[in-house]
Design a protein around this ligand. Structure first.
Ligand SMILES: C[S@@+](CC[C@H](N)C(=O)[O-])C[C@H]1O[C@@H](n2cnc3c(N)ncnc32)[C@H](O)[C@@H]1O
Length: 240
């Protein structure tokens, strides 16, 4: 079945990834939401079909995905309720145009850059739904330092990759510890099996670095080894 032929919401849900489906579940119902870096626009079509949003706005900076998004929305017969704009980050949006912004599938640094370049749009929002592919600590610290509170967090595993999802609203949040920023204050307090698996994977990554460092005889490598070993020990404690 082609995507254009998917007519039922159940069919649409089963055609999107577990990650996109979880993002849709976590968005509170709003009148209008924007998906930045919308790519295929599947998240917006799912949100409209589920009745989570009445109007969707997709932003895409690259020509190819922008056309794919336009075609997908047209194929679903939703061009009257989902608009796809070509542009960079939040720049194509006016303050107050949407209540929620979703930015998923990009690095934490890219997401932080997009948010910090458009403060007027960000200040007008009720919700931010973010799914960083990397550098989640920097993104969480940015949220804390710019008047956003993390309200809900989730981890989703797909093809052995674990993705964090963050739902934030305007509000105060205490400064985050190193590990709260890295793994999420709420996720850390829950200590779910998936969080333990994520920490284990990160420890394995550090152990690979230790193997490489062991090949070097420099003083700098010994210092780095000691730092990494300390970090691994702290991470072991986090999993208990
Ligand atoms: C890996 S895809 C993720 C697509 C979708 N959001 C998802 O989670 O499945 C990232 C998309 O963001 C787009 N993108 C990257 N930087 C952007 C920016 N500054 N403004 C708009 N789109 C951007 C890319 O062209 C690409 O289509």
């Amino acid at each position: 079945m082609t995507e254009g032929a998917i007519e039922t919401t159940a069919g649409l849900v089963s055609s999107v990834s577990k990650r996109l489906s979880r993002l849709a579940d976590m968005l509170p119902p709003v009148e209008r939401a924007a998906d930045i870096g919308t790519d295929h626009a599947k998240l917006l079509t799912l949100l409209v079909r589920q009745g989570k949003i009445r109007k969707g706005l997709g932003v895409e900076v690259v020509e190819g995905p922008w056309r794919t998004a336009l075609n997908h929305v047209a194929g679903m017969g939703l061009s009257d309720v989902i608009e796809i704009r070509k542009g960079d980050g939040l720049e194509p949006l006016a303050p107050g145009e949407v209540q929620a912004v979703i930015i998923a599938g990009m690095g934490g640094k890219t997401i932080t850059g997009i948010l910090s370049r458009s403060p007027a749009v960000v200040q007008s929002l009720e919700w931010l739904l973010l799914q960083p592919m990397s550098q989640a600590a920097g993104l969480r610290n940015f949220l804390q330092g710019s008047g956003w509170r993390i309200l809900e967090e989730a981890l989703v595993m797909e093809r052995e990759i674990i993705y964090p999802i963050i739902l934030a609203c305007p509000g105060e949040m205490p400064a985050l510890s190193e590990w709260e920023a890295e793994y999420g204050p709420l996720l850390l307090s829950e200590r779910s099996p998936l969080l333990k698996r994520l920490i284990e994977k990160d420890i394995q990554g550090l152990q690979e670095i230790l193997k490489q460092l062991a090949k070097s005889e420099s003083e700098e490598s010994r210092l780095r080894e000691a730092q990494i070993l300390r970090k691994c020990q702290q991470m072991e404690v986090l999993m208990q």
